[in-house]
Structure formats: structure tokens, C-alpha cells
Design a binder for this molecule. Sequence first.
Ligand code: ARG
Ligand code: ZN
Length: 473
Amino acid sequence: MRHRLLVPSAAAAAAFLLLAVPASAAEPKPGAPSIGDSYYPDAGNGGYHVSHYDLRLKYQPKTDQLDGTATLTATATQDLSRFDLDFLLDTKEVLVNGKKAAFAKSGVHKLEITPAAALAQGKSFTIVVRYSGVPSQVKVAGFSAWQHTPDGGVAAQEPESAAWWFPSNDHPLDKATYDISVSVPDDVQAISNGVLAAKSSKLGWTRYNWRSTKPQATYLTTLAVGRFDITTDTTANGLPVVNAYSKDLGDNYDSAKASVERSSEVIDWESTVFGPYPFTAVGGYVPNVPTHFALETQTRPFYSPAQFAKGANVSVVVHELAHQWFGDNVSVKDWRDIWLNEGFASYAQWLWSEKENEGTAQQLADYIYSLHPAEDPFWTVKPGDPGADKQFDEAVYDRGPIALQALRNQVGDKVFFEILKGWTSANRYGNASVQDFTRYAEKVSGKPLQELFDTWLFTTAKPSAAEAAKWGI
Ligand code: ARG
Ligand code: ZN
């Protein structure tokens, strides 16, 4: 704009027009308050990408009080006059490139930031957000993704949990690396993703510095504070293993340990089936929470103790660790692509069952097919596009893997396992859609497969016996 102030002559004016018209066409504009997801239109934002999150936090278990400073390294993808982050806690101050920026809450979970100066497309910039809050008390539609436990707190949820503990671009399309530094009272520990780069104590507080050096989606970023027993080891392949078990698991302690302890063995086996493990650490943690689910938080899945209430459950460990390839390494482009996560992680459980002589994948596919009669609503949910309210439906987990068994029957074992390994390597640290997979499988096998995937992923009725038989089910 500044060169518009003085235009000394007609010739200079002409030169000005030639040079400046294209530039002024790119007037800085606000980034979109959405990344464009078809299921969650409020998730994520446009106008920038985040490459790194540096979180420096302090957490008090008794009061669930979280204080923090987040420093984000980002790059503008357009000339930006302002942009949004997804965040729910109370923001005290925002700096952009070291200068105070205006900020305001907007919508349900947006923090709208207006930097002092516009940000140029392609340029890197830093955002510092100082904040505090009591995450368990922040509810959206009556719900908090943060669980306050008797001894601490846990952030683990899908499709979102980040907004309850740090500001982010909250969608799997924008992955980043992380440094997560958390100070907690000496009698509890802080568990997060990746490797423990440092730990130091002073004045009754211990600080844990967790580091993730490979791209990681926001919903796969986790934090747990509590009274944990932590075990460390290395896998046969030399990968550092950190497992953590709440000291308060009661009767579930031994079964939790008997299951999560198998993580190294499971990861080594899965590496032979899915290709090289994509990350730099592995493990799992079991906090003292009342929920019933597990989640593939990157390098270190979250397990509710209820997963181990009937004894050891290695199958859930196989599922969450398979997600490290399918979901964490290759992430969805859009949440409608959830089959790429759950169909594959469930199929990994079938492969494990096959290896353990507890039923082959073929037998399990046939079993699921016959278990649900044609009138069962099970068949009305399309695993390839289940809808936001059915994202974690039984159909995604149980019908989803039938599609993979059908593919295996169609192309044969050799090509099938080539497809699985090739897929994780071709899309390493990236994002993909269901259609990307079907095209990839067609390319590698040289066979037309649209009808197969339409039948098992996109039909709202039970395939007839004749149709199923066509795909070996
Ligand atoms: N991806 C998780 C799994 O592997 C599902 C999490 C579902 N979320 C929930 N709150 N139940 O099973
Ligand atoms: Zn899963």
C-alpha cells in the first residue's frame, strides 16, 4: 500500500499500474474458519498450516487448573488479514511474530486472531497464546473431551480433544511436530506422545518434556497426568518403549499390564505385515478413567481400564497399534474416510486372530456376514461414508474389514499384502481418501475393483448370498 501514497508522474503512474495491480488483487483476507470437512464443518481453519507446536504447561490435579503458553510455527497459505485457531480455554494474550495481536472468541470454539500486520502468503510466522482454564468444566453440548480423574486429567478423544487443552488447527489435514512440556506436582507423572526428552524437578514440581518429531494430527496428541507406574524398554528392532499404568487400576491392573506389555511384540509383528513402523517410540497408557474406549494416540495409545475388565485383551492393543499405520501415518483427508482407519485396524485384529489360530480372517468375515440378517440395521450404514453420527458404528468396525477380506480374495495374498505395505509407504505422513485407496488397489492389482468396494462399503443393504459369493464371502 505504501507505494500508492506518491505517484509523481504519468509515466510512473503507468509503471505503478503494471507492477501494482496484480499485487493489489491479492488484498489480505481473513482465513476461512473451516478446513472444509464434510462431517465437521467447524473443524480446522483455512489460510495457514502449522508445522510445530511448542506447549509449556503447568497442571494442578486437585483443581484441574491448566495454565499454558503455546507457541505455534505456521506458514500462511494466502495473504492473511486474520485467522482462527480452535480453542476453548481462556486466552490471556496473543502475540504474532512477537507483536501483540487482537483476539476474540467466535463461534463455539474459535479464537479469532488479528495480527498487527497482515501475513504474506508463503511466509512463516509464529503465534504465542497464553492461556488458562479448568478443562473438565468447559462443556460443548454438555460434553468435555478432558477427563478429570481423582489423581489428574486426561485428554484423549476422537474426532477432537485438542481444543480443551491447547489452541490448534484441529483437523487431521494439518499435521505437525510437537514439544510438550508439562510441570506437575512431584507425586504424579505426565504422559504424552513420543520420547521423554527431559525430566527435571524443583520446588516440589516435576517437568516432563515429551517430543514428537514425526507429523502428528491434533486428535492423536494426548496428555495424561496421574499416579502412574512407568516402564521403559526397547523393542527387538531397537525402538524405545514407554508404558504407563495408573497405580489405581485395582483388579484391572494385572490384566492391563498383561495386555499393554505385549506392545513391542505386536509392533514387531505388525511391521512385518504393514511395513516399517513410522514413528520413533511406542507404548501405551492406562489412566484411571471410567470410560470404555481406546484411542490410537500417536506412539502411545490410550486404553480405558474397562478394556481389561474381563482379563487380558491383546486384541485391542493390536487394533490401536495397527492405527499407527492406518490413521496416524496415513490419516483421513475428511472424517468421512474413517473406514481407512477403523476398517484396517479391525482387519489387523482378524490377521492377529489368524496368526494365533483363533479363527482366520476368512472365517471371521463369513461369521459377520451370517451373524447379521438382512433386516438388521447393521447393513443400512455405509462403512465408506457412515455419516458423522455413525462414524464409530459397528458397521464401520465389523462390515468395514469384510471389504478387505473381499479384496484379499480377489487379488490373492501376495498382491493384497503388497497393497497394504505399498499404501502405508506411498502415503507416509500424509492424508488419503477412501477413493484414493480403491484407485491404488486397482493400480497395484491391475483389476477393476469399483464393484467390490461399492458392494461392501457403499451399499445400504445386505449383499445377497450370490453377490457375497462373488467376492468369496
Ligand atoms: N479410534 C478409536 C478406536 O480405535 C475410537 C474412539 C471412539 N471414541 C469414543 N469416544 N468412543 O476404537
Ligand atoms: Zn479404531
